[in-house]
Design a protein around this ligand. Structure first.
Ligand SMILES: Nc1nc2c(ncn2[C@@H]2O[C@H](COP(=O)(O)OP(=O)(O)O)[C@@H](O)[C@H]2O)c(=O)[nH]1
Ligand SMILES: [Mg+2]
Length: 335
């Protein structure tokens, strides 16, 4: 950890977070994100203490290509929710800003109204090196925000690679934003994401875009009939919205609430949250396992050459994996 950052005591972190002290909450998130081992131990102790205070927020994941209007929509929706007496935390994960932080600033200015509201909290996080563009500690950050008492936690991510799978595993409602007229994509890359979506919003349905958005919406609704359902009790629904004007956001939020009520009424909510916990466990196991594996002296000695051989086609990935696992001295998993 940076020597300039004073480390608070466990009690100070706990009390500060519980009291929704934003400075302490931000410091606690930095602690949780830290790769320093002592920080990691303190972070785990803090999460253990705060666990009983978590689980009460509505967790919403919002995904879509850069420029689709996620931040703008979150700003407007967040303001509407504040108007209804709710408190809102936003975790904005930005894959492009792991070094400079440049576009993170962009995100904060896109949420210009929300970012100055005392009952809102915005945390931009660089996704860094995590697979799929997910910040390494998004789950833990979400739990800290819950312990601070936020009613709604929104996670903004760019739908790239495997990332959206992970976010859909963390949230209660997974919303995919689309642009009007992006119909072709329905057939291809977007299909995988759409199958994970609880709701889809065709955004920028305003001005010149309104007509195209309506057309897209009916295409989308037709296409949704052919997608496999994620659960029997919920058919993915689509709405047209404008994050800029706020048009359709009421309907969108009703959808989120209806979905939540459905999970509770059908007794699926507890299982859903249990699934999130299980996914968290396995994410941590995978992460630690990979770290341990890479740090193994023999593995780290062989890895650069084997990786280069695989890339150049001199050996195959399965053979290289065999060699590495032999080096790691583990019985080979025949999966
Ligand atoms: N017309 C229109 N433009 C929008 C809307 N939402 C966002 N934009 C514009 O689209 C651009 C990208 O928005 P942003 O919220 O940063 O997208 P993000 O990358 O998905 O977070 C900005 O120039 C916004 O002003 C909308 O609902 N309607
Ligand atoms: Mg954004």
């Amino acid at each position: 950890m940076s020597p300039r950052r004073p480390r608070l005591s466990l009690e100070e972190y706990e009390q500060g977070v519980r009291a929704a002290n934003r400075t302490v909450l931000a410091q606690a998130i930095t602690l949780v994100e830290s790769r320093d081992e002592a920080d990691g131990q303190l972070a785990q102790a803090l999460l253990t203490r705060l666990m009983p205070a978590t689980g009460k927020a509505l967790r919403v994941g919002i995904t879509g290509v850069p420029g689709v209007g996620k931040s703008t929509l979150i700003d407007t929706l967040g303001m509407q929710l504040l108007g209804r007496g709710k408190t809102v935390a936003v975790l904005a994960i930005d894959p492009s800003s792991s070094v400079s932080g440049g576009s993170i600033l962009g995100d904060k200015t896109r949420m210009a109204r929300l970012s100055v509201e005392p009952r809102a909290f915005i945390r931009p996080s660089p996704s860094g090196m995590s697979p799929g563009g997910i910040a390494r500690r998004t789950r833990e950050t979400m739990l800290l925000c819950e312990a601070a008492g936020f009613d709604v936690v929104m996670v903004e991510t760019v739908g790239v690679g495997q990332g959206e799978t992970t976010v859909s595993e963390m949230v209660d409602f997974f919303l995919v934003l689309m642009l009007p007229g992006a119909g072709d994509e329905l057939q291809g890359i977007k299909k995988g994401i759409l199958e994970l979506a609880d709701g889809i919003a065709v955004n920028k349905s305003d001005g010149d875009g309104a007509r195209r958005a309506r057309t897209s919406l009916s295409d989308l609704k037709a296409a949704l009939h052919y997608l496999p359902r994620r659960r029997l009790t919920w058919a993915t629904r689509a709405v047209a919205v404008s994050g800029l004007t706020g048009e359709g956001l009421d309907e969108l939020w009703k959808l989120v609430e209806e979905h939540r009520a459905m999970l509770e009424d059908t007794g699926q909510f507890a299982a859903h949250r249990a699934g999130q916990q299980r996914a968290w466990l396995w994410a941590l196991i995978s992460e630690r396992f990979e770290r341990t594996f890479r740090a193994h002296p023999e593995v780290s000695r062989l890895l650069p050459q084997l990786e280069a051989d695989v890339v150049a086609g001199r050996t195959t990935a399965p053979l290289a994996t065999d060699a590495l696992f032999a080096a790691f001295r583990l019985p080979r998993s025949d999966a």
